[in-house]
Design a protein around this ligand. Structure first.
Ligand code: MN
Ligand code: MN
Length: 278
């Protein structure tokens, strides 16, 4: 059994709001009679059987708009970390449904201290390694800089990047990030990771033709099948995952939500293949 946790948060998105609506959109797609419970490895994605839904992190009454929005966002991060720690008490692996990508930092603040070493596999069009973005160190353009500077035992592998500027290139060198840019993707092969690994899946790693319901359309990306194949063939013990940046306000006929639901099921299948160890 694995747990699902919704993180309806988009106050650290630099361009547009919308990903706060993602958890409900993904749940709706998962439960749609037009969808399928089958996971490709032969398992089933069934609430109450293989999956339990913990609901959403509660951000009610937090102010993300006025002058004190910075405080609201800091409290939001604390609530995400606390909710993940609470979820871990069950000893079930967790898939978080975001949210903008800033949520991965507070998630890892809960997860990383549980392990002696941890590898994050990030699927993304963007490196998200900015020291700060438009004055915000906790923007969705920054989470992996925060994670890597706080946790020296965490390493990062990035897949599908196609927006690597000079600043992020030097940040990647500084933190020893293994970057597989989209242009070099054929060199990737199948990932083999020693020790526990965590998957952070930004939906914009996909070509926007497959999933237009995202805030930052960056053409030239992976296909849904490319991502699923990478997940299936990864030789690693996956201890948790997040799926972020679905923006239902930009979706067309719910097609991106359905892609997110499919990826959630395949992530669940991968997590279910090995027992939780901590
Ligand atoms: Mn991202
Ligand atoms: Mn991205």
């Amino acid at each position: 059994m694995i747990s699902l946790l919704g993180i309806p948060y988009d106050a650290s998105s630099s361009f547009m709001r919308g990903p706060a609506q993602a958890p409900e959109a993904i749940r709706e797609a998962l439960l749609s009679p037009s969808a399928n419970l089958s996971i490709e490895n032969g398992m089933m994605f069934e609430f109450g059987q293989t999956v339990t839904d913990l609901g959403n992190v509660d951000f009610r009454e937090l102010d993300f708009e006025s002058e004190s929005a910075g405080t609201g966002r800091a409290i939001a991060r604390e609530r995400i970390t606390a909710s993940v720690l609470e979820a871990l008490k069950t000893n079930r692996k967790l898939i978080s449904l975001g949210g903008d990508h800033s949520v991965t930092y507070p998630i890892l603040q809960a997860l990383a201290p549980q392990y002696d070493r941890l590898t994050i596999v990030q699927f993304d069009a963007h490196p998200d390694l900015h020291e700060d973005f438009e004055g915000d160190r906790y923007s969705h353009a920054c989470p992996f800089a925060r994670i890597l500077e706080e946790f020296s035992h965490v390493s990062l592998i990035q897949i599908g990047i196609r927006t690597l500027n000079q600043h992020c290139r030097s940040q990647a060198e500084r933190f020893g990030v293994e970057v597989y840019e989209m242009a070099n993707l054929p060199e990737l092969g199948n990932l083999r990771i020693e020790g526990p690994a965590y998957i952070s899946l930004d939906l914009d790693v996909l070509d926007p033709a497959y999933a237009p319901g995202i805030s930052h359309h960056e053409p030239g990306g992976m296909s849904v099948r490319d991502v699923i194949t990478q997940i299936h063939r990864m030789d690693a013990e996956i201890i948790g995952a997040d799926l972020v940046e679905l923006n239902p306000t930009r979706d067309i006929n719910g097609v991106s939500a359905m892609v997110a639901a499919k990826l959630t099921r395949e992530l669940a299948g991968k997590l279910l293949e090995t027992p939780a160890t901590r």
